[in-house]
Design a protein around this ligand. Structure first.
Ligand SMILES: Cc1cc2nc3c(=O)[nH]c(=O)nc-3n(C[C@H](O)[C@H](O)[C@H](O)COP(=O)(O)OP(=O)(O)OC[C@H]3O[C@@H](n4cnc5c(N)ncnc54)[C@H](O)[C@@H]3O)c2cc1C
Length: 455
């Protein structure tokens, strides 16, 4: 049967309407908490900015919801199809257009994989700092659209700190270029920052100019420390934070996470009653840093402290953190949450989460970017269950409520998508939401860009 989508034409790319092929673009690849899967009307595999413009212009005219989709590693149902919507697949826009070392920036198309850019920059002694756990599989455009964070956000900030200019296709198909090639830019208003983190609701990013940083000098200092509990670990985090050593990573894991890692790696991280683990790194280490860290951690009550500037030993320590998700996923289907609280509230959040009770087919974990106050309460649900059990949904609701009550946020780095949308109003309040809705409608008067997500 002919549908309106048959009238869509694009200059360079491919339009997919075959039901079986289109179906592959229905859901995100990693959202485990997905509730409903929508079959898109069609998928535009964009090869050029002109393709994106033509597709968006058409969708806007026909009031068809449009979802930008890059690597689809969203875990908040952000790049899944909307009902009767059009997917614009940006994976073919994958060219690094310029690496400009004298001016320390790169210009990339939106679909370039983060680590591809990083690897190219490193060949010239520079690096791209955003480092989400999905670095090898997620796109620079997706990182920008979600303002992705990672372990080194502690020192280098979230993706927003790396973006100096954007080329964006607006809802009516117009192209705008924001920012420029300078690190400072006060020409009004700062729309670059507004697009960063907007999750495909204000425009579709087709190109980005991003900062590159020189690779740090010398060997990093890396270490791990165990503590009796999260409260004691937080003392260590506070003391390192205030030391002036500027760590580039401070990652914490709780008791169940340590048990999962010990099970996976046959290690003994939980030895001596350790119920929390801190993994840290200084990517630039001043003379005396190694001993200073040892001292700080001992005086903060650490049970065990290993600090090294040996690159091979450092790799082993970092691998522990990298294996964390795999260790948890061994317990079942993993539902990953993402919240942040003011630094001093970390122990309160840990205690709150650890006091929640679950049935035997659920294991709850807590870990994440302690230096940023950003924790991921994760839940492994037995694979025999085809639905998320009520105790997990209840726990997530309780955690969000609690986090908001202590001045935190229900999304630190993964975004809102459509899984967390109902928590936006209680966090922002009526007046701010009303203003944000006006911003959305200024950019997208017909509400076609990822409608009903984010706000
Ligand atoms: C194993 C794993 C580890 C992860 N670790 C982290 C982590 O440490 N930190 C973190 O922050 N996140 C993490 N994530 C979440 C996810 O990888 C990030 O949100 C990432 O930035 C999404 O990039 P993507 O290319 O996959 O975008 P997609 O998932 O395709 O899209 C994400 C959102 O951005 C929109 N979008 C994508 N591209 C564009 C564009 N060009 N223009 C406008 N809108 C666009 C989509 O519509 C959607 O709303 C992880 C995910 C996985 C699976």
């Amino acid at each position: 049967m002919a549908t309106v989508i048959d009238e869509l034409t694009i200059p360079d790319g491919r339009i997919i309407t075959d039901a079986q092929e289109v179906q592959k673009f229905s859901g995100d690849k990693y959202t485990e908490a997905i509730e409903a899967v929508n079959q898109p009307l069609a998928v535009v595999e964009a090869q050029s900015t002109a393709d994106v413009q033509a597709a968006v212009r058409f969708a806007n005219a026909h009031r068809i919801p449009v979802t930008a989709r890059a690597a689809a590693t969203s875990i908040v149902n952000g790049s899944a199809a909307e009902k009767d919507g059009l997917i614009i697949d940006l994976n073919q826009l994958n060219k690094i257009l310029e690496i400009n070392i004298p001016n320390q920036y790169a210009v990339v198309q939106a679909g370039v994989i983060n680590s591809d850019l990083d690897n190219e920059a490193r060949k010239q002694g520079y690096f791209f700092s955003p480092d989400p756990g999905s670095k090898p599989i997620s796109s620079v455009g997706g990182n920008i659209a979600t303002n992705a964070g990672g372990m080194s956000s502690l020192k280098y900030g979230t993706t927003k700190q790396s973006v100096i200019g954007l080329k964006v296709v607006l809802a009516d198909g117009t192209v705008v270029e924001t920012g420029g090639k300078t690190f400072k830019n006060n020409a009004p208003y700062d729309l670059t920052d507004l697009f960063v983190g907007s999750e495909g609701t204000l425009g579709i990013i087709v190109e980005a100019t991003v900062k590159l940083l020189p690779v740090p000098f010398g060997n990093p200092v890396t270490g791990l420390a165990t503590f009796a509990n999260m409260k004691q670990l937080s003392v260590g985090v506070q003391n390192i934070s205030g030391s002036g050593l500027y760590p580039s990573m401070m990652e914490a894991l709780n008791k169940t996470s340590i048990e999962a890692l010990d099970r996976l790696e046959h290690s003994d991280l939980g030895q001596g009653g350790a119920e929390s683990l801190l993994i840290f790194q200084l990517d630039v280490a001043p003379a005396g840093a190694l001993d200073a860290l040892k001292k700080i951690l001992k005086s903060s009550g650490a049970l065990r402290v290993n600090v090294t500037d040996d690159p091979d030993y450092a790799k082993k320590i970092i691998k522990i953190r990298q294996d964390y998700y795999q260790a948890e996923a061994a317990y079942g289907r993993l539902i990953v949450e993402d919240v942040a609280v003011p630094l001093s509230k970390l122990p309160d959040l840990a205690e709150f989460v650890e006091n929640l009770k679950f049935s035997s087919n659920v294991t709850a974990f807590l870990g994440g970017h302690a230096g940023d106050g950003n924790f991921h309460p994760n839940f492994a649900v037995s694979k025999e269950l085809d639905q998320t059990p009520d105790d997990v949904n209840d726990a997530i609701n309780q955690i969000f409520k609690y986090v908001q009550s202590i001045g935190g946020t229900i999304s630190a780095e993964h975004g809102i998508g459509d899984l967390k949308e109902k928590w936006v109003l209680p966090q922002l309040g009526q007046n701010l939401v009303a203003l944000q809705k006006k911003v959305k409608l200024t950019f997208d008067p017909n509400n076609v860009l990822n409608p009903d997500r984010k706000l």
